[in-house]
Structures are given as C-alpha cells and as structure tokens.
Design a protein around this ligand. Structure first.
Ligand SMILES: [Zn+2]
Ligand SMILES: [Zn+2]
Length: 243
C-alpha cells in the first residue's frame, strides 16, 4: 500500500492554512519525507508521528521553504525522550553534501549522536532505496533543483519548484500521479509555473492525475475553477493506492 499525505502545500510565505512544502510517502511501512519546509516538523507531530518514524528525507532543492525544518528535525533526533537509533538517509541534488556541511557548521548540535546518517547525491539517474525505485532529473529552478519520480507499484512524480521543463515532461510521461508546483494561477514568475505553463507540461506528458501544490495566495479565489485531471492540494490531504 502506498499513502501520500500532504504536510505542507504552501510556499516561502506562510498562510493560515498552508505551511511550507512537504509530502509524506509511506510505502509498506517505510516513510519518505519529500522536502521539509518550516512548520513541517509541527505537522508531523499533529499527525501522530515523530522524527523517529521517518526513514528517508528527499530534498528537491535547498530553498528555505523546502529545507528550513531540517536542522530542527536533526536536533530533535538527538534530544528526544528516546534518541534516534535507526539510520537516516538524506537525499538531494548537486551540492547536498556541502549544503549539509554548511548547515551543521551553523548548528553543530545537529550532528548525529546515536544513529547512522548518510547524505546521498542523486542527479539524473535511477536509484533504489528500501525497495522503491527513485529517478531524478534536474529542473528549471536553481542550480540543484531536481524532480523526483518514485516507482513503487504506482508511479508518482514530485516536481519540486520548476519553470517549464522538458526534463519534467520526460520524467512524468504516463505517470499515475504528478504532484506539481503551480505557484500562481495567472501571474508568471521566472522559475515557477502558472496554469498555462502547467497545462503545456500535462498535455505533453499525460499523467493520469495531477495534484497542484506550492500555492501562493493568488490561488484563493481560483481553486473552484479547477477540474479533472487537476486537483488542488491542501494541508492534511491524503491519497492512497492499494496496489
Ligand atoms: Zn518553493
Ligand atoms: Zn525554490
């Protein structure tokens, strides 16, 4: 069984209902966190989980709205009632190791005390973690940004932040579910998508379902205008596949 829970569907600018980006993917008991923006740690606790329940963290890129709670997460791993024992993997694009070095230089208390931490770079390749095939491609956002495809009986793509991207089209071709940033319905900002840009991606890659995430307040008046195959995500939304 595969379960996807949206922990955060917002952006760098938090709103009442949406915290920064994150999805929790549970596959046969293994838990993957895709991005860990500010307030995501709080969301985990609200949903009855703790840092010790997470097995892998995948970072689409290092902007604060996708990584800001990483130091808080690692700090909590060291100072819980029961210190973390099980290994943790942090997976990201170009520069993920130096990103971690720089963060742990600022916050030396986050270095693991009681568990094994692996930092792994995954760029433009296929990898296997805990029985799940993970494929990544660079996207059109910043130096390290990647989109992530998880093949686990069902196929799911997480776009991360991106502008129009041929790599995203390739990665999303025929996928069961595309979870995609569409920061604005109309406004076009370099490095992000609006609805017309997203439609070009969807027409070319033909995913079966599209869930829009990474929503700025521009969306507030527009959500009612969206129809199949598009759905707009909200914090706490769940999607399950029984395959
Ligand atoms: Zn972002
Ligand atoms: Zn970004």
């Amino acid at each position: 069984m595969v379960k996807i829970k949206f922990l955060g569907t917002g952006t760098s600018y938090p709103t009442r209902g949406r915290v920064s980006s994150s999805c929790l993917v549970t596959v046969n008991g293994t838990r993957f966190l895709i991005d860990i923006g500010p307030s995501v740690l709080r969301r985990l606790v609200e949903y009855g989980l703790s840092v010790n329940n997470i097995d892998l963290i995948l970072l689409t890129h290092f902007h604060v709205d996708h990584s800001g709670d990483l130091p808080a997460f690692l700090f909590a791993c060291n100072y819980g009632i029961e210190p973390r024992m099980k290994p943790l993997k942090i997976i990201g694009g170009e520069g993920v190791r130096s990103f971690f070095r720089r963060v742990s230089h600022a916050f030396p208390w986050i270095k693991p005390k009681s568990y094994d931490l692996q930092i792994l770079k995954v760029v433009n390749g296929k990898y296997s973690f805990c029985g799940v095939e993970i494929e990544t491609k660079r996207t059109n956002h910043n130096r390290e940004s990647i989109a992530i495809r998880m093949n686990m009986g069902v196929s799911v793509v997480f776009s991360g932040d991106t502008d129009y991207s041929k790599n995203l089209i390739e990665l999303s071709r025929g996928v069961d579910l595309l979870i995609v940033e569409c920061s604005f319905p109309e406004r076009k900002v370099k490095g992000h998508m609006n609805l017309p840009t997203l439609k070009r991606i969807v027409e070319a890659s033909k995913p079966k379902q599209v869930v829009i995430t990474h929503l700025y307040p521009d969306w507030d008046e527009k959500i009612g205008e969206i129809s199949s195959p598009y759905t707009v995500s909200y914090d706490g939304m769940e999607i399950e596949f029984n395959r």
